[in-house]
Design a protein around this ligand. Sequence first.
Ligand code: DX5
Ligand code: ZN
Length: 225
Amino acid sequence: MDILISPSILASDFSDLGNEAVRMEKAGADWLHIDVMDGHFVPNITLGPPIVKALRKRTNLYFDVHLMISHPHKYVEEFAKAGADIITFHTECDSNIDETIDLIHSFGCKAGLAIKPGTPAKDVFRYLEKIEMVLVMTVEPGFGGQSFMADTCPKLTEIYNECKAKNLSIHLQVDGGISEKTVAVAAAAGANCFVAGSAVFGSPDPEEAIKVIRTIAEDSFLLDF
Ligand code: DX5
Ligand code: ZN
């Protein structure tokens, strides 16, 4: 499984989003993580489809859209048409999960399912055959710059093992507090896709930050298995 680094645009300069996306592309990011918050599923409000559409004109980066919204089913079409490549939504949302996955696929996008720190791994098990990624949140969703919760990592291993038992190869993403200090624990537990906001955008040298996080992830991936 490839190691993928997905810088979170939430930590960028919002007055200069287009250039910030280009900056990440040049710095060697694999994906661009776009955090969508509705002020209802989480207390914060960020951005919507028009901004994704505008960014699409500026970069060829793979758009990793993380929907922290109560009714993802209602907005899938708009995000897909705006240029999302993978759309991830939460099991804790109010939409029907199977229908939302099917809708995402119907627009040619990949589908991901996210779980908050308090949600058990088994909640995603019955969907594993039909999704391309599971996102295990390593902070409570809503804000960037929070501390990594290492106690969420056993869930990565549970999901990794379940995928292995079912002979499935899907991405396992972690999001929240990922940096060169925390990435090893998540990679050792089975994560291959790393969202990093403050650790990359906040670095004086994002290219180096991505490189270091990638190298540590590669060296630590499934180390304990
Ligand atoms: C939190 C968001 C994250 C956040 C990560 O709700 O989903 O993507 O931007 O930011 P850092 O890496 O700063 O914790
Ligand atoms: Zn996110």
